[in-house]
Write a protein that binds this ligand. Structure first.
Ligand code: C2O
Ligand code: CU
Ligand code: CU
Length: 534
């Protein structure tokens, strides 16, 4: 600046009258720039403070829950001559009035949103005729079901628009709360979020004999939880700034009902909780911290009930809980902030700090007495990891599992039928993931080297794996060998799955080698009409 001043100054070196003014201007410039920088910093700070505050959702106690809870109807079925129970599902587009007078474009099975509850018994042969009346191809996967790979409904069993797919299998697993949803590669988040999901309940003799609440829609309630955000009449689906888990909504629905309540008349109420959200993890409990009994996890009943105050469910997971009601009370099923969701940043922008009122239970003035929750439930059928013959490692990253993005034409793992394996799952990716394996129910053996908590001791097919976690799972694949048709394993945060956080495995007989996975473009026609013919 000195040089600058002298250059423009008088040649004799004296201070001309203009110099102080220039210095004054220069000072003023500094002040203006300084205040601009300060203003910008304050604005950025304010914007960040606003983003930070705005990112946290809390609906607890904010609005009355005045909509009667919808209960998905039990699907009708016919038993054909060979004793097969046959269901019909039709994927269709429609409109749903979630809010009075506002019609929202949605998809559903046999209706405009969600689908009926399918129900079958262990040992029964079932067949489902799935009609796709949408204008794009999709698939229907039976999440949690033990069945042949060709019937699994993953990305290799696409159903073209107008086509029918009729998978059949024999139910051969314990009573459980399973579910079904589309699984088109790269499009699962979108198809589920539009409304394609439903429950598939399995029963068996043991569950029938236990004195548990079991009247569907009365003291045994399906609770399909989804988070949504409305953008005018439409369901929003865009991922917000810094939401690395995928789309997060700002309110929740149960069975497609916003702000739902349910009148109950029994002392004990069983809730079959399904997290059918695409990305959000919940920690369910009650505001008065009453204990409830966890009786079942993803794949069925526990050996004995476990009393707890919170149950965490990441996308795809289920839990059955039994809660005791007092006459005349109203109690809110609520989702509380997550305790194991990573650092402050991740918790705030990934939904971990959020609180939602989910479902209000309104007890009648007089309640029917219920027998107490039995102390013992069922013997475990889970594999024993101590006798595992083979170990595998899965490193979870958004960019791919074990460093590889999903490829429909590549089989990642080949598993021998009947063998028990131990899979080590690790997440050091800085964000939450979960891990789902098709076809089986597994045992969680260890979480970070420790015995798993009671919530992870039952049969599981999906497990939450927060950042900084290593888990050991024991699995056994007993289905028919099919070297040509893969099953999937993947993160069930559907945005992650769609991005390629998925891999494929085949089950083979001992000594048999992998065949050629049909990549879906090449085999579309054969897959579409599928199993109806055979
Ligand atoms: Cu529920 Cu492979 O999915
Ligand atoms: Cu699945
Ligand atoms: Cu993930």
């Amino acid at each position: 600046m000195t040089r600058h001043t002298s250059h423009h100054g008088a040649p004799d070196g004296g201070d001309p009258p203009g110099v102080p003014r220039r210095a004054f201007r220069w000072k003023r410039l500094v002040i203006v720039l300084g205040s601009l920088v300060t203003t910008a910093a304050v604005a950025v700070g304010a914007l960040f403070a606003w983003l930070w505050t705005d990112a946290k959702v809390n609906t607890a106690g904010k609005v009355p829950f005045g909509n009667a809870l919808a209960i998905p109807p039990l699907a009708e079925s016919a038993v054909d001559k060979d004793g097969t129970r046959v269901f019909d599902l039709r994927m269709q587009a429609g409109e749903t009035e979630f809010r009075d007078g506002v019609r929202t474009p949605t998809w559903g099975f046999n209706g405009s949103y969600l689908g009926p509850t399918l129900r079958a018994k262990r040992g029964e042969k079932v067949r489902v005729r799935v009609d796709n009346s949408l204008d794009e191809a999709s698939s229907v996967h039976w999440h949690g079901m033990h069945l042949p790979a060709r019937m699994d409904g993953g990305p290799h069993q696409m159903i073209a628009p107008g086509a029918t797919w009729s998978p059949r299998w024999t139910v051969d697993q314990p009573a459980a709360t399973l579910w079904y949803h589309p699984h088109p590669h790269g499009r699962t988040e979108d198809h589920v979020r539009r409304g394609l999901a439903g429950l598939f309940l399995l029963d068996d003799d043991k569950s029938a004999r236990l004195p548990l609440p079991k009247r569907y829609g009365v003291d045994d309630l399906p609770v399909v939880v989804q988070d949504v955000r409305f953008d005018g009449p439409r369901l929003a689906g865009d991922r917000g700034l810094m939401q690395n888990v995928g789309f997060l909504g700002d309110e929740t629905m149960v069975n497609g009902t916003l702000r739902p309540y349910r009148q109950v008349q029994d002392e004990l109420i069983r809730l079959r909780l399904l997290n059918a959200s695409t990305a959000r993890t919940y920690a369910f409990g009650f505001p008065d911290d009453r204990g409830f009994s966890l009786i079942a996890t993803d794949g069925g009943l526990l050996e004995r009930p476990a009393v707890m105050e919170r149950i965490q469910l990441s996308p795809g997971e289920r839990a059955e809980i039994v809660v005791r009601m007092e006459p005349g009370e109203r109690v809110m099923l609520r989702s509380f902030p997550q305790e194991n969701y990573g650092g402050a940043w991740q918790r705030r922008f990934g939904g971990g700090d959020d609180t939602f009122d989910v479902l209000e239970l309104r007890a009648a003035e007089r309640l029917r007495p219920s027998p107490g929750v039995p102390a013992a439930l069922v013997a475990s059928e889970l594999p024993d990891g101590e006798r595992a013959v083979r170990g595998r490692h899965f490193d979870l990253k958004l960019s791919g599992i074990n460093g590889r993005e999903m490829d429909m034409g590549r089989v990642d793992e080949t598993v021998t039928r009947g063998a028990t394996e131990v899979w080590t799952i690790r997440n050091s990716n800085g964000m939450p993931h979960n891990f789902h394996v098709h076809d089986v129910q597994f045992r969680v053996m260890e979480v970070n080297g420790k015995v798993p908590p009671p919530a992870l001791r039952g049969p599981k097919d999906t497990v939450f794996v927060p950042h900084g976690t290593t888990m050991k799972l024991a699995l056994r694949f007993t289905g028919p060998a099919d070297p040509d048709t893969p099953y999937m394993y993947h993160c069930h945060l559907l945005y992650h799955e769609d991005e390629g956080m998925m891999g494929q495995f085949v089950v083979v007989e001992k000594g048999q080698s992998v065949g050629d996975p049909p990549d879906h473009a090449g085999h579309g026609g054969r897959q579409e009409h599928g199993e109806e013919a055979d």
